[in-house]
Write a protein that binds this ligand. Structure first.
Ligand SMILES: [Zn+2]
Length: 108
């Protein structure tokens, strides 16, 4: 198995609530926009195959007037090189980190 450099998204699960807040502040857009992007991509890719580009992501960002250059470079740094990779590489880690209200979060 190839050794991959650790991506920001891989660290989310270990972050404390405070660190997650800092992480969200560092993003080029809000948490909800990113989560909406995942839903948008899931809906699009259910009907059409990924063409190995970020075309649906770009569509979403244009429609919602998000910062495409910044957001797409963040996605790519975290393995989201095309629409299906965003769902495969980023969405699960993101959801693990943010859908853990019931679990105990360790504080520093
Ligand atoms: Zn793809």
């Amino acid at each position: 198995m190839a050794i991959l450099r650790k991506r920001e998204i891989d660290n989310l699960a270990q972050m404390t609530t405070g660190e997650l807040e800092e992480f969200l502040d560092s993003l080029p857009t809000g948490q909800e926009d990113i989560e909406e992007l995942f839903f948008y991509l899931e809906a699009k890719l259910a009907r059409e195959e990924c063409n190995h580009s970020l075309r649906f992501s770009m569509q979403y960002m244009m429609e919602n007037r998000l910062n495409f250059p910044k957001l797409s470079s963040w996605l790519q740094r975290n393995g989201g090189f095309c629409d299906c990779k965003v769902l495969e590489q980023i969405a699960p880690e993101w959801r693990k980190a943010f859908d853990r209200d019931d679990e105990e979060v360790s504080e520093n």
